[in-house]
Design a binder for this molecule. Structure first.
Ligand SMILES: Nc1ncnc2c1ncn2[C@@H]1O[C@H](COP(=O)(O)OP(=O)(O)OP(=O)(O)O)[C@@H](O)[C@H]1O
Length: 235
């Protein structure tokens, strides 16, 4: 039985200073426990769609509904890799705890401290807990962002090109963790990516944005040749 967490109905969205909307008439239903990849070329509207899902951008028309109600779905977000200043002083532990304390470190309760430790364990960062974030590798930083997003116990996790710029091993490490959490705890995940091979390996379903059409299906059916064919047909 399907159990929707988010339903996009005839969504049109874009920016006031642009004459044409970026997303036009998109319909999509995301079910609880889904691991969805959103793929498409540069500039096709993936970030714009994420902004509307995160409620940062108001639809021009159509709607996005969250279930059971609009306020019940808590969204965790892991951004694209950006380097953090080497002098950034917070340890990985404190960085992960930021989402718990509302940025009022270091006053963590005993149970919050325990939660941070569990999250560091789950993401394989426990042995690096005291390392300054500025000195962590790219893959470790992305795991810390993942742990920071997960500690708030989101219903929906958005990975917004979070593996871009990581080496192949770190990409797989991060996505192995996310897949494990998706499978064990039924966390719903949206993975925005240009990497069709990763989408095929890790996600169950895909939504492809092209300039003229939205294509959706099972990720097992994603093949690079087919996808490029479909993309080219709509450019
Ligand atoms: N704040 C903004 N104001 C006006 N136009 C914008 C704004 N942000 C993005 N756009 C335009 O909207 C279109 C879609 O951009 P968007 O960032 O959603 O694409 P994308 O698929 O995420 O691209 P990429 O893969 O390069 O990140 C682009 O033409 C972009 O120039």
């Amino acid at each position: 039985m399907t159990d929707p967490i988010l339903q996009i109905k005839d969504l049109t969205a874009g920016y006031a200073d642009s004459s044409t909307p970026v997303i036009k008439h998109l319909n999509y239903t995301l079910n609880r426990g889904d691991f969805l990849s959103i793929v498409g070329e540069n500039g096709v509207g993936k970030t714009t769609l994420m902004k509307t899902i995160l409620r940062q951008l108001k639809p021009e028309s159509g709607s996005i509904s969250y279930y059971p109600d609009d306020h019940a779905v808590h969204i965790g977000y892991v951004p694209q890799f950006r380097n953090i200043d080497g002098e950034y002083p917070l340890s990985i532990r404190d960085f992960v705890a930021l989402n718990l304390t509302g940025f009022k470190l270091p006053w963590l309760s005993q149970s919050e401290r325990q939660k941070v430790t569990e999250m560091l364990e789950r993401t394989g960062l426990k042995h690096l807990a005291n390392r300054p974030m500025g000195q962590a590798s790219g893959g470790e930083k992305q795991k810390a962002y993942l742990a920071q997003a997960l500690i708030e116990e989101p219903d929906l996790l958005i990975l917004d090109e979070s593996t871009a710029s990581l080496d192949p091993i770190s990409k797989n490490d991060l996505l192995d963790l996310v897949l494990e959490i998706n499978q064990k705890f039924g966390l719903t995940v949206i993975f925005v990516t240009h990497d069709i091979a990763l989408a095929k390996k890790y996600t169950q379903k895909f939504l492809m944005l092209t300039p003229g059409k939205f294509i959706q299906g099972d990720s097992a059916d994603l093949s690079t040749e087919e996808i490029w064919g479909m993309m080219e047909a709509h450019v």
